[in-house]
Design a protein around this ligand. Structure first.
Ligand code: ADP
Ligand code: MG
Ligand code: MG
Length: 897
């Protein structure tokens, strides 16, 4: 193919220039694009090249083979690197060594680990020793290479290498790797090679080109490993994105005391404070800092003091290089206009930049950084609002430990990801997943975590590790997921076999409840009470900006006073769905409700309704009082009657006594009411059609409550009365007449005018199709997208779990349509109903009140079709406020182009 011959598969970088750029992430992956960008900025980046994600796509589309001209392009790029460094790959006298690094568009744990020092073999290691004048360094590098390559490319299990190293240290009575001599490392290298040969049945590859292509192939191969697949599934990353491979000249942080390696954030990733935050190790390489083998040291003196560390800071040990790094920090922040997460290495006093990317941060830090950057004039308010991931706000809305609560602190670790969590202790990711599926709150406890644990971390409320720092895998992943995390609680002794953890003579078993506080690092026995979060400061500032931007209103689904109060505190601008049946389930009224349902005639029903009405009125008085004049949409009785029916003999007897009839009659009536398919049965407005006195009672309670609230507080309530499960205008007309009549009666009796609206749910396909007609009678529509999804797909939500995963695996459905609105199908009905409804009644009020009202991507859809408001559960109100603002901004951008 002609186009193939001209495709560039390889992009070079280094020496102050690059063929790629930061905005080429799709092609070069995040790591490759930013290495190119840093090179272009003139920052010290070791020379290298990126093999594009298109090669990965090609590889899987062509039976795991490469484009024909890839080899030539790689060889040419490698020759450029050789020229830049001044040494040659595989040269026995002066070998060029490289790292091979994976890098997808989005940073993706689960991909192949980096292989360092590639290009070493029994000969080149001698050349490296001679050239560097440091034999110990050369063999330290070689043993690292054999272990990394052996493990990640050849698939030889870690523990083979770890055991050899442990034995070597024990034999020599050594605890630190840094105490190993050159001879020690040479012996380890021999043993490593033997272990590889033994495990594989062939020797460790000595041909450097075989090594290179082996590593490249392993990166592409890792795109389809189980860890990567799981991660992509959890994060909605499509498989066809592919990964890039970065091959880069090595620089050495392990060449002596004037060498170091480290990782840093340009601002504090936990709090967002504008201070340099990072960790480093002298005479170390690669992942030593995050692996927890040695205790990492702080970058700055301030960091060291804040963490009460007595190990010297980089600022003290290498002040000049630190100053350079600090300058790079400012440069990168100004350039990317956001907080960066950087990786660097110092070789003999010279700084090299190895990575930069937008830094993961807690939700609190994200808010502070966005608000601060706006104040610094770096970003606009709109941009600040756009940068906060709406669902991340969840982290801020959840409880923290009650400071007055009794607590038994048993250990302390690092405050790695904020929030407090209690749960049963488990020791494996699988256990965490299975217990949480059974509805248990769990705390996942591991010595340290790895990408294999992601599913368990996701399932757990909190994560506790005994090893690793603030930048350890557990800490980084937990912050990203919004899980509470205490990392590196070193006093805890975990015994995986015995399923226990010991600390100061106390033994905690799997299944015991513990509490962790990811904001302080404390680990506590038992469940500690929590309190609600403070919603002021940066949160209030940013939400205020969002409120100033968004067009749609945000209401809440609430019926209890507690939910209503919570939602108002979170900024709800009304109630979009008050489900009256929830008020019926209270123990003090369920008997009267059952009596009403089981009554054989209208007289019996009216007698029972008379008992319910005063209680229902009190509910509305309280709710209207809390909502202080904000709109309240009340849905009249909706559920299938079977949900209220008594199940036990005892309950039947109770109902019989209350109604003054005998128990067999009650049983008989209950049998009569049994339905084969209650979700499509006698429910919604069909109840009102059969038993108008029920809706009459509810309407009366609503109107009388409105009058009472006005009389007592002067607050004017405009109730919006909503009829559920309407399929035709006639249903609505009949029931609206009942409501209007009651309104007239209450106004007459009270001498007060009451403004109210009568509208309908649009939750049946027929209602959407007939929306033009229905709007002639309905003053508002509220899209009940839960039922509309069920009835459009013909899928019962309660039964979907058994096949939805298959549907997602086959790509029939990308998302669970009950979580994220199916915009093509269900959305089409919404669009249709909106336009037909508006045609009849231009000012028909439009809202949504299904689960989807709190889902950011569904909210974007609601903005696009022009709904007036979304309504969601109280805890999602701030998320919806922000998502609605972002939807407005997205719409404006589309409008401008
Ligand atoms: P990850 O995606 O897991 O962060 P990286 O590819 O960034 O993996 O590699 C991890 C670490 O390996 C880097 O932070 C750096 O310390 C080290 N490393 C990678 N490439 C080089 C290199 N060319 N020279 C020296 N160290 C390197
Ligand atoms: Mg890694
Ligand atoms: Mg990295």
């Amino acid at each position: 193919m002609e186009s193939q011959a001209t495709t560039r598969w390889v992009y070079s970088f280094g020496d102050g220039k690059a063929q790629g750029r930061a905005d080429m992430k799709n092609l070069l992956g995040g790591k490759g694009a930013n290495l190119a960008e840093m090179s272009n900025l003139g920052l010290p980046v070791p020379a290298g090249f990126t093999i594009t994600t298109e090669v990965c796509t090609y590889y899987y589309a062509n039976g795991r083979s490469y484009p024909a001209d890839l080899k030539t392009q790689v060889e040419a790029a490698l020759a450029d690197v050789e020229r830049s460094i001044g040494s040659r790959f595989g040269d026995a006298a002066d070998p060029l060594l490289v790292s091979v690094r994976s890098g997808a568009r989005a940073s993706m744990p689960g991909m192949m680990d980096t292989v360092l020092n590639l290009g070493l073999n029994d000969e080149t290691v001698r050349g490296l020793a001679r050239r560097s004048g440091d034999e110990r360094f050369a063999f330290d590098s070689y043993r690292r290479f054999i272990q990394m390559y052996g493990n990640v490319v050849l698939g030889v299990d870690h523990h083979h290498f770890e055991e050899i190293l442990e034995h070597a240290k024990r034999d020599r009575d050594i605890t630190l790797d840094t105490e190993m001599t050159s001879a020690d490392w040479q012996a380890v290298v021999q043993d490593y090679k033997k272990a590889v040969a033994h495990a594989l049945g062939r020797p460790f590859p000595q041909d450097v080109h075989e090594q290179l292509w082996g590593a490249i192939g392993a990166v592409f191969g890792s795109w389809m490993n189980q860890r990567a697949i799981t991660y992509r599934r959890l994060h909605d990353i499509p498989a066809d994105w592919g990964t890039a491979v970065n091959v880069q000249a090595m620089v050495f942080g392990n060449m002596g005391e004037d060498c170091a390696t480290g990782v840093a954030f340009t601002r504090d990733p936990s709090t967002g404070e504008n201070r340099f935050y990072g960790e480093y190790l002298v005479n170390a390489q690669g992942e030593d800092v995050v692996a927890g083998i040695r205790t990492p040291q702080h970058l700055t003196v301030a960091g060291k003091l804040a963490n009460k560390s007595d190990l010297p800071a980089m600022e003290e040990v290498m002040p000049e290089v630190f100053a350079q790094l600090d300058a790079v920090r400012l440069r990168l922040e100004r350039h990317y206009r956001d907080m960066q997460d950087i990786e660097f290495t110092v070789q003999q006093g010279k700084l090299y930049m190895l990575q930069t990317r937008t830094g993961k941060r807690t939700a609190a830090a994200a808010l502070k950084i966005a608000v601060d950057l706006c104040a610094e004039g770096v970003v606009t308010r709109e941009e600040a609002v756009r940068r906060i991931e709406p669902s991340s706000l969840d982290q801020l809305l959840h409880p923290t430990l009650d400071p007055k609560a009794q607590r038994t602190v048993i250990a302390r670790g690092l405050p790695a990801s904020p929030g407090a969590a209690s749960g049963k202790l488990v020791f494996s990711a699988d256990e965490a997943e299975s217990l949480s599926e059974m509805g248990e709150a769990v705390i996942l406890c591991r010595i340290e975590t790895s990408p294999e644990d992601i599913h368990g971390m996701h399932a757990a409320r909190g994560i506790l590790t005994t090893r690793g720092g603030m930048t350890s895998h557990a800490a980084v992943v937990a912050r990203g997921m919004g899980r509470a995390c205490v990392a590196g609680a070193g006093e805890l002794r975990v015994d995986y076999k015995g399923q226990t953890v010991m600390v100061r003579g106390v033994t905690i078993k799997a299944g015991d409840v513990v509490t962790i506080d990811g904001s302080t690092g404390e680990v506590m026995l038992g469940e500690v009470p929590t309190i609600q979060p403070e919603l002021s400061g940066d949160f209030a500032t940013l939400m205020g900006w969002a409120d100033g931007i968004r067009r749609m209103r945000v209401r809440t689904n609430a019926e209890t006073p507690l939910d209503a109060r919570t939602a108002v505190r979170f900024g709800a601008e009304g109630i979009g769905l008050c489900r009256t049946e929830h008020m019926f389930f209270d123990t003090d009224r369920i008997v009267a409700v059952r009596e009403m349902i089981l009554a054989e005639d209208e007289a019996g029903r009216r007698a029972a309704l008379a008992k319910i009405e005063p209680m229902q009125r009190r509910d509305f008085v309280e709710l209207f009082g809390i909502m202080k004049g904000l709109p309240v949409t009340i849905r009249l009785l909706d559920p299938p009657l079977h949900e209220f029916l008594p199940n036990t003999e005892e309950e039947m007897a109770e109902v019989a006594a209350a109604a003054g009839i005998d128990a067999p009659r009650v049983r008989h009536r209950a049998l009569q009411l049994h339905e084969a398919n209650p979700m499509l049965g006698h429910r919604g407005c069909r109840l009102g059609i059969s038993y108008p006195e029920i809706y009459e009672m509810q309407a009366r309670a609503i109107f009388e409550a409105a009058v009472e609230v006005f009389r007592d507080s002067g607050e004017t309530v405009t109730p919006e009365i909503m009829i559920p499960l309407v399929g035709s205008r006639k249903e609505l007309d009949i029931l609206k007449a009942v409501i209007d009549r009651v309104a007239g009666e209450v106004m007459q009796a009270s001498g007060r005018r009451i403004d109210y609206l009568v509208g309908t749910m649009i939750e049946l396909p027929r209602a959407a199709l007939r929306a033009g007609d229905i709007a002639a009678s309905a003053e508002f529509f509220s899209f009940g997208t839960n039922d509309l999804t069920q009835t459009t797909f013909g899928i019962s939500r309660d039964d979907a779990a058994s096949f939805l995963p298959d549907y997602q695996r086959h790509g029939i459905l990308e998302h669970d349509p009950f979580v994220s609105l199916d915009q093509e199908g269900v959305g089409e009905l919404v669009r249709l109903a909106v336009s037909r409804g508006r045609e009849t009644r231009p000012d028909v009020k439009l809202g949504i009140c299904g689960e989807h009202g709190g889902d950011p991507s569904s909210i974007r859809f609601c903005e696009q079709v022009g709904l007036d408001y979304v309504s969601c559960s109280p805890y999602r109100v701030p998320i919806a406020r922000l998502a609605a603002a972002q939807a407005t901004l997205a719409g404006e951008r589309v409008g401008r182009d």
